[in-house]
Every structure is written in C-alpha cells, then in structure tokens.
Write a new protein. Structure first.
Length: 196
C-alpha cells in the first residue's frame, strides 16, 4: 500500500502484516507510557503537529493532555484483538490506523486517563475537538457516523491528515470514508490532497 496522509485504513481496507511506516519518531509530548514503549512512536510529521497541538492545549489553556497510544504494529494489534475479538472498539489486525503511525489515542486525568466517552466532555476533549484541525488532525470516529466508519464514536482517537485536509473535512463534516467516496466520483482538484 502506498503511503499518503489521507490513506484510508478500515475493516474493509486493511494493511498487510509487513506494513511498517517508513519512519517513526518518539512523541515529544506527555505520554502515559514508558520512554521506550513503541506505542509512543509516530510518523514524523504527525508527531511534530501533535506536539504543537498539545502545546496549544496545555500552555494556552492550562490543560493536562496525555498520549495513550500511537503506533501499533500488526503483530501487537493481533494480540489486542485476540483478547477481545467481539469488541467493536478493537480493530482486527491490519484494520487499525495505529499501524500507520498517524493515529493517536488521548486522555486526561479528569477522564481517569482512560479511553472513555467522558473525555469528550472534559475541557481537554473540548479543546482537542476545537483545535485539532488547525494542526492537521481529525476526530476519526465521530458521533453519528458509526455506520460510515464501521467503528463506535471514539472522542479520544485523532488522526493526522494534514492541515488543509483536516480543515476541509471538519468544515464539510466529512469522515475519511466519505472523503474517499467523493474523491472517487469527483475531480480531485475540488478537494485538497494529502500526498507527501
């Protein structure tokens, strides 16, 4: 699969077991994981913009925001899926955006540092939702779009797609699936591209 910032990974568009991002760097923002834990790794452009988003929410607004999980290998996803294959929240191996290095799960102390719906109503969750597109991130699994994304609402899960595409998707109220469906039938010049 060819890498692009708008690449679609889902239950129906999977990555092969051997897919590993061309480069991964450690997150330079607070993370609820050991320094050498691979789940702190991100694709460089995503990591840089996530650090800027964290700085905005923490410094400008006094928030306590933490990364919980970023990169996840195919093999690690297989272990997680094997523990709970019936969960709608756990993607099968190859169907997780975490394998791209572009996805990030977040939480905060007021949400118990857990991946929970409570994050959405926290000051950190509201700040994230408001400012994420300005740093190239989208809320990947929004409320009300479960039948399109194939995943339940996840207010803690963001995905880097570039600033121009994130702002476009946010303004238009589109998911990445809807964007790809539109791109397939429209002239690509009407929507921003995210190919590096």
């Amino acid at each position: 699969m060819l890498f692009s910032y708008d690449m679609l990974v889902s239950r129906s568009r999977t990555l092969p077991p051997e897919y590993i991002p061309r480069e991964l760097v450690p997150a330079a923002f607070p993370f609820a994981a050991a320094l050498n834990d691979p789940k702190r790794l991100m694709e460089p452009e995503a990591a840089k913009n996530a650090a800027l988003l964290f700085a905005h929410c923490t410094q400008a607004h006094g928030m306590a925001l933490y990364g919980i999980s970023a990169y996840r290998s195919y093999q690690r996803q297989a272990v997680l899926y094997g523990r709970n294959p019936e969960s709608l929240y756990v993607a099968p191996p190859g169907a997780s955006e975490h394998q791209t290095g572009l996805a990030l799960d977040l939480s905060c102390p007021s949400a118990g540092m857990e991946l929970t719906d409570r994050f959405a109503s926290s000051p950190e969750g509201r700040c994230l939702l408001q400012h994420a597109p300005l740093y190239g991130f989208i809320l990947r699994y929004p409320k009300g779009k479960e039948n399109i994304t194939g995943y339940p609402w996840e207010p803690w899960h963001i995905r880097y797609v570039t600033k121009s595409l994130a702002i476009y998707l946010d303004t238009a109220g589109l998911t990445l699936e809807e964007y790809h469906a539109l791109s397939a039938v429209q002239d690509a010049s009407t929507a921003p591209s995210a190919v590096p």
